[in-house]
Each structure stands twice: as structure tokens, then as C-alpha cells.
Design a protein around this ligand. Structure first.
Ligand SMILES: Nc1ncnc2c1ncn2[C@@H]1O[C@H](COP(=O)(O)OP(=O)(O)O)[C@@H](O)[C@H]1O
Ligand SMILES: O=P(O)(O)OC[C@H]1O[C@](O)(COP(=O)(O)O)[C@@H](O)[C@@H]1O
Ligand SMILES: [Mg+2]
Length: 325
């Protein structure tokens, strides 16, 4: 089953992720190779509702492959959560003659894409979020770059921690997911990783800090996912009160994790996802998300993506613990 489109739209939505630009470029250029006109929608679903879009040709996506952020801008759009907002978006799409839409974004954006699909709009989703909390794909665009940023930061923090015999609580992003924290903890040799998916008491954290000191370590790095409870600053206060040999400091890495030039991995993933998104549309594989499974890019129904949660790999928590002893 194939479909000949004259014109399609592309947008980026939710938190930006390094590699979104590489994906926009791939969508525009692969569509252009098939003589399909591409409308670049500005500011995610907000741009769709407001009718903010411009035609994009091959030259409009030159020199963006290596840039972080998104040249189309992104947004979190409350209006789109309501049926009236989505009907407005549909009206604007019809006005522009936009026959299908590629949505590049995270789990929330894919929920939005599903709602459009339910109104009869042919959509393809591309997973892009540093959180890697999207069901159905091994990796989303931006995760690898964010991880490398975190690793670079923790390596630097460890230098100063060791010089001062300090325990550092390093907070990573990830919303309700501990993915970034766990992966970063393993590859930086952190003494402990705290994630929302695994309840850990303040006493357990204190015991781990004491153990690190007893073993003669000059530092104790604890990676805390932002969704962990209690919050990082509260946890640090509680730890600092205890007599374990270290002084305590907190470093909240923040939005630095979302920026920067995408890694080679993210550029490749984004380029492959972008090409496949257009291919899925023209092949009639509608309302699918481009997903990385092993080395292959496969279609996964967006309906499945949004109705399932990505499980946390608990074995990695144990791995982080054993390898840092
Ligand atoms: N259940 C939903 N129904 C309709 N639109 C949604 C839904 N969830 C999210 N969206 C849209 O997707 C946007 C981005 O979602 P958000 O969760 O903020 O980021 P991300 O896509 O990066 O996970 C939201 O601002 C909203 O416009
Ligand atoms: O953009 P904001 O409002 O600062 O949101 C921060 C959130 O966005 C993220 O950086 C990315 O999440 P999304 O990809 O789901 O948008 C989360 O890790 C974090 O919780
Ligand atoms: Mg999200």
C-alpha cells in the first residue's frame, strides 16, 4: 500500500534534544528527493494551531546537521491537550494542504501525535528526548549526546571531589526516568545511583557514603536522577549532618544536558529516523513511530508507544554498585 503525498509537515515538540536538526534535515531532503513539498511548522503544536509554517527546501536545512537545539523551535502547548485546540490544528493543516505530519519529540509529543491520528491525520512519530523514556525504541534522539555531556561533567566533578575528600550529589535530568542517571553512573564509576524507579532510604545512602570512606576512597559520587525522592538538596542536607569523613556538595547539571552539538551516534540515528519517517508515510505505514531495535529501524504503532511504559533495567543499578566497590 503506497500513498502519493504532495505536501507534508514536520515539527519538533516538547523538550529539545541534540540531533533534532539532523532529523529535520533528513525529512526535508528525503521528501524533496521524492518531490514532496515540506512545511516546517514553527514551535511544535503551537505553530500548528497558529498556522505558523514555512516551506522548506534543501538549502533551508544546510549547515544545521551539527547544531544542537531545533531551528523550527519547540514548545509545550497546553492548548493542544484539549480537543478544541486539536481541531484548530487540523483546520490549519487543511488550509495549508498539509496531508501528513512528522512529529519529532518525546513521549508527550507522541501522545499528541496519536490524538491527531485519531482525527484521521496520517502521522509518523520520531522519538527525540534526552530522557530515553519512550517505549518501543532502544534509543531516542539526543540521549547519547546528553549522556556524553553528563559523563564529561562527572569526570570533572570527580577531580575536585577527590582533591577535597568530598561526597558529591550530582543531579541529572530525566523527568520520571532514571535512565540517564544509571547509564552515567556506570560509565563514570559512581559510588551510588539513585533513581525514581527504585526506592532508597536516606539511611541506605548514608551507609554507602560511609562505606566509600572506610574503603579509603577520596571521593564519593552519587548520581541522583531528578525524579528521585527526597529531592537532591534535602538528601544532601541529611547526608552532610552525618559524621562519615566527607564534606558534601551538590551539583545540579540542569539544561546544559539538553544542548550542544550532537554526537556521531545521534547524527546517524536522527538521519536514519528522518529518512525512515518519510519512507513510512509514502509506504502507507501510518501512525507509526520510527524505532531502533538492535541495528534496525522498524515501525512501532504510536498507539502501543503511548500505552506502555519503558521498563527500567534494574540490573544496571546492581552493575553500578558492584563495579564501583
Ligand atoms: N495527552 C496528550 N494529548 C494531547 N497532546 C499532548 C498530550 N501529552 C502531551 N501533549 C502535547 O505534547 C507536548 C509536549 O509534551 P511534553 O511531555 O512536554 O514533552 P515531550 O514530548 O518531550 O515528552 C505538550 O506540550 C502537549 O502539547
Ligand atoms: O523544558 P523544561 O521545562 O525545563 O523541562 C525539563 C524537563 O525536560 C527534560 O529535559 C526533557 O524531557 P522531555 O523530552 O520529555 O521534554 C526532562 O529531563 C526535564 O524533566
Ligand atoms: Mg517526555
Amino acid at each position: 500500500m503506497g500513498q502519493k503525498y504532495k505536501s507534508i509537515g514536520v515539527l519538533t515538540s516538547g523538550g529539545d534534544a541534540p540531533g533534532m536538526n539532523a532529523c529535520i534535515r533528513a525529512v526535508v531532503r528525503s521528501a524533496s528527493a521524492m518531490n514532496i513539498k515540506v512545511w516546517g511548522v514553527e514551535g511544535g503544536f503551537t505553530g500548528l494551531i497558529r498556522g505558523k509554517y514555512k516551506e522548506m527546501g534543501n538549502r533551508d536545512v544546510g549547515n544545521i546537521l551539527q547544531r544542537g537545539g531545533t531551528i523550527l523551535q519547540t514548545a509545550r502547548c497546553e492548548e493542544f491537550r484539549a480537543p478544541a485546540g486539536r481541531r484548530e490544528a487540523l483546520r490549519e493543516m487543511n488550509n495549508a494542504g498539509m496531508e501528513a505530519l512528522v512529529v519529532i519529540g518525546g513521549d508527550g509529543s507522541l501522545n499528541g501525535a496519536q490524538k491527531l491520528a485519531e482525527l484521521g491525520v496520517p502521522v509518523v512519530g520520531v522519538p527525540a528526548s534526552i530522557d530515553n523514556d519512550i517505549y518501543g525504541t532502544d534509543m531516542a534522539i539526543g540521549v547519547d549526546t546528553a549522556l556524553n555531556t553528563i559523563v564529561d561533567a562527572i569526570d570533572k566533578l570527580r577531580d575536585t571531589a577527590s582533591s577535597h575528600t568530598r561526597a558529591f550529589l550530582v543531579e541529572t535530568m530525566g523527568h520520571a526516568s532514571g535512565y540517564l542517571a544509571i547509564q552515567a553512573g556506570i560509565v563514570t564509576g559512581a559510588e551510588m545511583v539513585l533513581v525514581p524507579e527504585v526506592a532508597t532510604s536516606v539511611e541506605d545512602v548514608a551507609a554507602r557514603v560511609e562505606e566509600a570512606y572506610r574503603r579509603g576512597k577520596a571521593h564519593c559520587i552519587i548520581v541522583v536522577a531528578e525524579g528521585f525522592s527526597p529531592p537532591t538538596n534535602e538528601l544532601a542536607e541529611a547526608i552532610d549532618k552525618l559524621d562519615h569523613g566527607f564534606t558534601t556538595r551538590v551539583s545540579i547539571l540542569g539544561h546544559i544536558q539538553r544542548g550542544g552539538s550532537p554526537t556521531a551516534f545521534d547524527r546517524m540515528l536522527a538521519s536514519r529516523f528522518g529518512m525512515k519517517a518519510v519512507e513510512f508515510l509514502v509506504d502507507g505505514k501510518l501512525n507509526m513511530m520510527t524505532a531502533l531495535r538492535g541495528r534496525e529501524i522498524v515501525p512501532v504503532p504510536i498507539a502501543d508507544v503511548v500505552s506502555n511504559a519503558r521498563p527500567v533495567a534494574e540490573e544496571y543499578i546492581e552493575m553500578a554498585r558492584v563495579l564501583s566497590l
